[in-house]
Design a protein around this ligand. Structure first.
Ligand code: TMP
Ligand code: ASP
Length: 254
């Protein structure tokens, strides 16, 4: 097979040239990083799980009319996606206080917020992805005021969809991060959900026990990360409930 051209390599994924114009292939690695990649590990099976979970969330969003870059899964580690022009922001939605919000504002972890709170972070590793205001976003031309309104609307729809989906399987969606891209269709342009949605970029707490089922397990050494992600996949029906993980990696449905 001819080697595909690599377009970009990130911490957890690689992008390759796609088979058709305006498409890319997104490959999910087993690598995990935290705290600006000062903490690193390879977690067998993580890429396979995140490929399937991101497919599950993105195809669900597509089905309810929330546009995403996801086209179809190709194999265990790869999916076909639409090429987009990335907005250089991380859009975080918070339903309960945790992480940097609790630290910055002294709100106890786990406290329900009066409404979903949206934050923008500027994607720049050297600057440690700083929190920015809408003023910064517009003044420095990272996105327009209209884009901000569209990103907020998109993020709230994603939040409602994911919160409901997780609630149905006994998981609280505490917060999550999405990234958004721009697509052009002649003179027409619009914003769509891009990158990935997976337990790498969410906080997921078991409603009954409070068990953490997301990347905080890796960040704070709380147990086996692949076990936590496998539990999420099983509950969502992405993986048979009866199957336990083996050392040859997670077995996924279909
Ligand atoms: P934070 O509390 O550390 O700001 O994180 C908020 C949410 O965003 C949490 O679900 C984890 C996610 N997140 C990422 O996906 N990537 C990042 O680089 C950071 C800092 C957070
Ligand atoms: N910022 C990401 C995290 O902690 C990953 C990294 O910093 O390497 O979730």
């Amino acid at each position: 097979m001819a080697r595909r051209r690599m377009i970009y390599e990130g911490k957890a994924k690689i992008l390759y040239e796609g088979p058709e114009p305006d498409t890319l292939i997104q490959y999910f690695k087993d690598d995990a990083t935290a705290f600006d990649a000062t903490k690193k590990a390879t977690i067998e099976g993580k890429g396979v799980l995140n490929n399937r979970l991101s497919e599950h969330f993105m195809s669900g969003l597509n089905a309810i009319g929330v546009p995403t870059h996801f086209i179809r899964r190709i194999n265990m580690r790869e999916q076909l996606i639409r090429m987009v022009e990335m907005i250089p922001l991380e859009v975080v939605v918070r339903n309960y206080a945790a992480g940097s919000l609790s630290k910055r504002l002294g709100i106890p972890e786990g406290q329900q917020l009066p409404r979903p709170v949206i934050e923008f972070y500027y994607k720049d590793d050297a600057l440690h992805d700083p929190l920015v205001t809408e003023e910064h976003v517009v003044a420095f031309n990272w996105a327009s005021q209209q884009d901000i309104d569209d990103m907020i609307a998109l993020a709230l729809r994603v939040n409602d969809f994911l919160s409901g989906m997780f609630l149905g399987v006994g998981i609280r969606l505490v917060d999550f991060k999405i990234e958004i891209g721009r697509i052009y269709d002649g003179d027409f342009q619009r914003l769509i959900v891009a990158d990935e949605i997976s337990p790498d970029s969410c906080r997921l707490w078991d409603i009954e026990t409070g068990r953490k089922l997301d990347k905080d397990v890796f960040r704070h050494d709380l147990g086996d990360l692949a076990d936590a992600y496998t539990e999420v996949a099983k509950r969502l029906g992405v993986m048979p409930k009866s199957q336990s993980r083996t050392h040859s990696g997670p077995k996924l449905v279909n």
